[in-house]
Write a protein of this length. Sequence first.
Length: 303
Amino acid sequence: MTGRTDVWVKDDADQERVVQPQPYWNRKRVTTLIWFVALAILTAIVIYPLIWLVFATFKPSSEFGQNQGLIPDSPTLDNYLKVTEGIAGVPLWRFFANSAVIAIAATFGTLLSSAMAAYAFARIRFKGVGVFFAAMIGTLLLPFHVVIIPQYIMFNRLDMIDTYWPLLLPKFLATEAFFVFLMVQFMRGIPREMDEAARVDGAGHLRTFTSIMLPLIQPALVTSAIFSFIWTWNDFLAPLMYITSPEKYPLPIALRLYNDQTSTSDYGATVAAAFLALVPILLFFLVFQRFLVAGVATQGLKG
């Protein structure tokens, strides 16, 4: 038994001959190979900027604008040595520490305030809840540039310029409507019978929120934490507006210093610092990517 079926056909001379059909596994292998090649090409296109950045960190500044290739003509480690020495009298670790403090504090504030606001919208019945929820969703359509000037005037009158308060205070006031909406949708999938059972046991809203809701919306919390941390770490405009002292600069603003000193630009040090600033984000995403997928995949499930 070969498992093969022969097909008899007649040619133009009315003579019968045997035609062996192409095995199915051969067609499947060719299709798989085509998809693999296409995806490999697409992946190479997507990650090429990152690969270029890695090789560019070993290029001397004199090669930028002259050597358009991927491989540097005269590889050097001077760019990393310059970066580790710091700039404007501030060591590199200080910029990393500033970014870490801002990103961690902003992420904590976003999770706390967004989860509390989401619980109010999803679980507490009060007059005008629909109007307030619609207004909150409407802020997603409001461009950030519209509120830049009013916010700056407000923080300037509060004497908060050149501090981290303008960057952190809004995070503790549930101003991130995207994360509030994400958690609301997640909480609406949790059966209300759990709230009623907790209420029967004498639990109030605070106990229900901390003991029941927070553990059950963990995928949404992790998803929000990942996005919030990455967005805050990479934020350039807000620190540029409010931070004026170099020793308080986060990494995105510190990168600008390499192109502002004495009207010259040290492109080699710039790309080296940019790569070092990207490493924590890559590691953070690789560690928590499975939680990100789980959170996005389960946010629409109903209990």
